[in-house]
Each structure stands twice: as structure tokens, then as C-alpha cells.
Design a protein around this ligand. Structure first.
Ligand SMILES: Nc1ncnc2c1ncn2[C@@H]1O[C@H](COP(=O)(O)OP(=O)(O)OP(=O)(O)O)[C@@H](O)[C@H]1O
Ligand SMILES: [Mg+2]
Length: 380
């Protein structure tokens, strides 16, 4: 028979032992839990390390991001790009002819594989690239720097790697077009941070890598910029063709205005066109597009205040002078809205618009481009 005090000592010992073994179990459970936190179970019940799953997800995400930049065949054709004969020729030689006549590009005769288009804003660089995309039967990646630059450290390099890998692994020819390349390939500077340096190094590595791939002729890199002098010379050197896309000349300016007018009725004589062509000297293609839209609107602006109309044989009302025979006096609001025909666009409409608008490209800009072309480029 145990004394009460001995009984207590035994109980205490048992409790101590129990607590020790529970602590052991707790430790084992904690270890298991932390192991399970690092793994994930997939659909087949297999365990994967979570890091691997995350990498796998990231790869997929990058692949999707790059594949999103692939352009479906567009509608812009070479004939929709006005002027720029040399640039079109170089692009045909580099991209279209090797596809149509592959036997011509064997041995020493190789197409250009890296082309840089440079010139003032709004001169048709992007449009030219869109035309290439729709003229050929190849995979066309249209990438802007924002598709490649990520705020996550190391992510941009991986995106660049994925872009080149994806393009090289296509069965047929692939064309990568990087617009506004200057935002990723600026000259190296002392103040440049490690991050941008790494992006550029990766891009250079990939550009070199394509030359040493099994079929380098299947990969073409097309880039565009409007400040080529800001590009790192290491990049500039790697473009076999650097083509200047200048402001349109007189003939191209007239053709561009006519293209933008499309089916809008106009009333301009040959002399008017000649005068207009001179008046818009220094305007870029996009300046001309804006001015033409504005000029086309002038006849519409007048309608609101017009009070004299004539009715044509198709029963359309168009503005006229109050002295004209059969002149109808009415406010715009009182006429059937689908039966109103503005007057044709005239030279005066353009001159009005031009008195309010100027070219967005300055003479100094043009001089800088021309100087760059003399030193490092070729006229497009
Ligand atoms: N040569 C051209 N032929 C036809 N349209 C043109 C031409 N040049 C400019 N345009 C017109 O100007 C607009 C802008 O052209 P685009 O975007 O190709 O210019 P860009 O040179 O790429 O300019 P940026 O350097 O600012 O990117 C086009 O939508 C088009 O309407
Ligand atoms: Mg552009």
C-alpha cells in the first residue's frame, strides 16, 4: 500500500513522461506541417515542391504574355504605306523574297536579319511593320518595351529570353518587331542601374544567340525608334540595316492627304493640290492625317449655322447661296437628318486648318536625323 505522498510522486513522474512524449509528437507534427507548406499536390495526387510549381506557373505566364504579342494577319498592305520606297525594298529583300524564293538565298547570299527603322515620330515606322506582318505568312511578334520591362527583378530578362526562344522554336519564319526600342537599349551610363544593364545584356546575348542557332535565316528582328542616337552603340552595330524613315516629300504629302480623304467629296484643282503640297512641307504623315480630318470637318461645322439649302436629284439637302434658284430656307434641325450632304472640302478648308496647326517635327530634329544618317544610317 502506497502512502499518499508516494502516490503523488508517481503521478507526477507519469505526467512528466506524458508531457515529454507529447512535446516530441508536437515537434514531429510541426516538421511535417512545414514540409507540407513547401509542397503542393497536383491532380494526379503527386507531391511537388511549391517552388517548382511556382516556376512552372511563371513560365506559363511568360509564354502566354509573349504569345499575346503575336499579330494576326492585319489589313495594312505595302500599298497602304505611302512613299518610303527604299525602306519597303529593304524589307521585301529581307523578309518577303526569302520566303517566296528560298533558293535565291543560299550560300553567301543571305537576307538581312536585323533591321532598324528610325525617323521622326509619325512617319510610318509602325505602319510599315504592320504591312510586313500582313504581307507574309510567318509568325509576327509585335512587342513594345512595356511588354518586356517588368518591375519584378529578373523578370524582364526572362521575358526577353522567352520571346527569342518562342520565336526561334516556330516551324516557319518568325519576325520579331520591337517598337520604341530606345526605351530599353539606351546608351550605357555610369548612373545606369544594375537592372537596366542586365536587360540590355540579355537582349544583346539573345541577338547574338540567333546568329548561332541552327537556322538563323528563319528569324528576323525588326526594331523602330525615333531617337537612334540614344541607342547603345553595341546595339546599333548589330543592325545590318539602319533605315531612315524621313518626313514625306511633296508627292508623298499629296498622296497621304488624298489617302486620308478617302471617299470624301473634294473640290481642289491641280494647282490647289500643288499649293497645298507646298504649304504642308515639314509635316509628318500623322500631322497630315490630323489636318485632313480637321479639314474634312470644316464643311460639317458650317451646317449648324446654315439656313439656305438646295435639294439634289437624290433628295439630299446641301448648303447653297441664298441667291440660287430653288433655294430652300430652313434650319438644320428642321431637315431630315439622314438627308443632309455637306459641301465638298476645298483648299480654303485646309488653309483655315493650317493657320491653326503646325508641324510637330522641328527643322533641328530633321537635321539631327540627317546627320545621323550620314554617319550611321541609310535613307529609306
Ligand atoms: N508613309 C505613310 N503612309 C501611310 N500612312 C502614314 C505614313 N506615315 C504616317 N502615316 C499615318 O500616320 C499615323 C502614324 O504612323 P506610325 O504610327 O506608323 O508612325 P511612327 O513612325 O511609328 O511614329 P512613332 O515614331 O511616333 O511611333 C498612321 O496611322 C498613318 O495614318
Ligand atoms: Mg511607332
Amino acid at each position: 500500500m502506497l502512502l499518499p505522498i508516494e502516490e503523488d510522486v508517481l503521478k507526477l513522474g507519469a505526467l512528466n513522461e506524458l508531457s515529454l512524449s507529447l512535446q516530441g509528437y508536437l515537434e514531429i507534427l510541426c516538421n511535417k506541417k512545414s514540409q507540407l507548406d513547401g509542397v503542393k499536390i497536383n491532380e494526379t495526387g503527386m507531391l511537388y515542391e511549391k517552388g517548382a510549381v511556382k516556376d512552372d506557373d511563371d513560365c506559363k505566364r511568360r509564354r502566354v504574355a509573349i504569345e499575346d504579342t503575336i499579330l494576326q494577319k492585319g489589313t495594312v498592305k505595302f500599298c497602304d504605306v505611302v512613299g518610303l520606297t527604299n525602306a519597303k525594298q529593304a524589307l521585301k529583300e529581307a523578309i518577303i523574297m526569302p520566303l517566296q524564293f528560298p533558293h535565291l538565298f543560299t550560300g553567301g547570299r543571305q537576307p538581312w536579319r536585323r533591321i532598324l527603322l528610325y525617323g521622326p515620330p509619325g512617319t510610318g515606322k509602325t505602319r510599315l511593320a504592320q504591312a510586313v506582318a500582313s504581307e507574309i505568312n510567318s509568325t509576327f511578334y509585335s512587342v513594345s518595351s512595356s511588354d518586356l520591362v517588368s518591375s519584378w527583378v529578373g523578370e524582364s530578362e526572362k521575358l526577353i529570353k522567352e520571346l527569342f526562344h518562342n520565336a526561334r522554336s516556330q516551324l516557319g519564319q518568325s519576325v520579331v518587331f520591337i517598337d520604341e526600342i530606345d526605351s530599353i537599349c539606351r546608351k550605357r551610363s555610369m548612373r545606369e542601374d544594375e537592372y537596366t544593364r542586365r536587360i540590355k545584356t540579355e537582349l544583346l546575348k539573345q541577338m547574338e544567340g540567333t546568329d548561332h542557332s541552327a537556322s538563323p535565316q528563319h528569324f528576323i528582328l525588326l526594331c523602330a525608334t525615333n531617337c537612334p542616337w540614344e541607342l547603345d552603340t553595341a546595339f546599333l552595330r548589330r543592325f545590318q540595316k539602319r533605315i531612315y524613315i524621313p518626313l514625306p516629300d511633296k508627292e508623298a504629302r499629296i498622296a497621304l492627304i488624298k489617302m486620308h480623304l478617302a471617299a470624301t467629296p473634294v473640290s481642289l484643282s491641280i494647282e490647289d493640290w500643288c499649293l497645298l503640297g507646298d504649304r504642308v512641307e515639314g509635316f509628318s504623315g500623322s500631322d497630315l492625317s490630323n489636318c485632313t480630318s480637321d479639314a474634312m470637318f470644316e464643311p460639317v461645322r458650317e451646317l449648324e449655322h446654315n439656313a439656305h439649302w438646295k435639294l439634289d436629284k437624290n433628295l439630299f439637302y446641301s448648303p447653297c447661296s441664298e441667291r440660287e434658284d430653288d433655294c430652300i430656307h430652313s434650319l438644320l434641325i428642321d431637315l431630315p437628318s439622314d438627308k443632309i450632304q455637306p459641301r465638298p472640302v476645298t483648299l480654303n478648308d485646309f488653309l483655315n486648318v493650317l493657320s491653326r496647326n503646325t508641324s510637330t517635327v522641328t527643322k533641328e530634329d530633321v537635321e539631327r536625323f540627317e546627320q545621323f544618317t550620314v554617319n550611321l544610317g541609310q535613307k529609306g
